[in-house]
Design a protein around this ligand. Structure first.
Ligand code: FAD
Length: 310
């Protein structure tokens, strides 16, 4: 059964991983996936470096997911990709038993103003995959509850989402959104616009100050609600959370340890409350960005009651 059909029957739990950059990270990942499998995720997605730089590692991670007994969903972007190159890669995914994808445009390479490939938008990719491969792939697409950072307007972005559906997409994976009033508005607006695809909500656990600020502001322009802003302020790592740890991730200052632990504890509480709200809104799936960590993710799942989804 397709994931999008399952989502219509019950709220699904899934995870997102990224291909580690080091050999050690790669060697540790199967262990992490094994722990995450305890929660019987319906699928695990794996990010894809725009430009295809890490496609080898992405394919390896997809195989790890498959071997562990879950469905791999590969993210895929059109950045620097030609039609021929896309076909070659997608043929290879199919040969390797990967037939679920998140069809994305991707972010423009630094300093560029185009995709530098044959397609300009995710809508083109969805159409191309359906034309070339029929129903061989189940296709997810991105949705931005606050509007994509470069969209003309929220309305224009919602029209694009409808176009993705009309071109053959199956379900939506959302960009993170901490502004719940905005999320409710968007959910209502996409349904009014005729978007019937299930909504699988992307949730980034709040575990680290710098990572949270980075994710919100470096590319996505996400609003941090008052509660999250206060949480970051109360535990601010003076003078600068971006320079709080050394290259191995060890805090520079002994006093940081306590602050970091307190921030994480409150961040987990915040994440759980956010999940409660999403679930109460009747979204079709919770897609946790696992950030290649299993301990914190397990804590969130156990404490939130998400276990009842499995
Ligand atoms: P699109 O839907 O193509 O939209 C891009 C912009 O163009 C929007 O402003 C939209 O309104 C506008 N637009 C779209 N179609 C049209 C059209 N036909 N005519 C006019 N305007 C149009 N990036 C990665 O590189 N790797 C990843 O693994 C990755 N994973 C992600 C996972 C999720 C769940 C999400 C939400 C994003 C992810 N991204 C990833 C980031 C994503 O690639 C960027 O947000 C990118 O800038 C936009 O991708 P998109 O598919 O939303 O683009």
């Amino acid at each position: 059964m397709k994931l999008s059909e399952k989502m219509k029957e019950k709220q699904l739990l899934s995870f997102e991983l990224f291909p580690p950059k080091t050999e050690k990270g790669m060697a540790n990942l199967p262990g992490t996936i094994e722990h995450l499998m305890e929660f019987k995720p319906e699928y695990i997605s794996c990010t894809y470096g725009a430009g295809g730089g890490n496609v080898g590692a992405n394919r390896e991670v997809c195989q790890m997911i498959k071997k562990a007994g879950s469905i791999p969903v590969t993210h895929f972007t059109v950045i620097k990709n030609t039609k021929e190159g896309i076909r070659e890669q997608l043929d290879q995914y199919l040969e390797e038993g990967v037939d679920h994808m998140l069809a994305l445009r991707g972010d423009f390479p630094m300093g560029e103003t185009s995709t530098m490939g044959d397609f300009d938008y995710a809508t083109d990719l969805v159409k191309f995959v359906r034309d070339q491969y029929g129903d061989k792939f189940e296709i997810a697409v991105a949705g931005s509850p606050e509007g994509h950072i470069s969209c003309r307007s929220l309305e224009a972005d919602i029209a694009v989402l409808k176009q993705k559906q009309d071109n053959g997409a199956d379900y939506i994976m959302t960009q993170l959104c901490w502004d719940m009033e905005q999320f409710k508005y968007w959910l209502d607006a996409i349904r009014k616009a005729g978007v019937t695809m299930p909504v699988d909500v992307g949730v980034m656990p709040i575990l680290d100050q710098a990572a949270t600020i980075n994710m919100a502001l470096s590319r996505n322009g996400c609003v941090m609600d008052r509660e999250l802003s206060r949480l970051i302020s109360r535990h601010w790592l003076f003078p600068n959370p971006f320079a709080a740890k050394d290259a191995e991730g060890k805090p520079f200052d002994l006093f940081y340890d306590k602050k970091i632990a307190e921030f994480k504890e409150e961040g987990i509480e915040y994440t759980i409350r956010q999940i409660d709200t999403y679930r109460a809104l009747g979204v079709e799936g919770i897609h946790l960005y696992a950030l290649n960590k299993w301990k914190d993710v397990s804590e969130i799942i156990n404490r939130s009651g998400l276990r009842t989804l499995v």
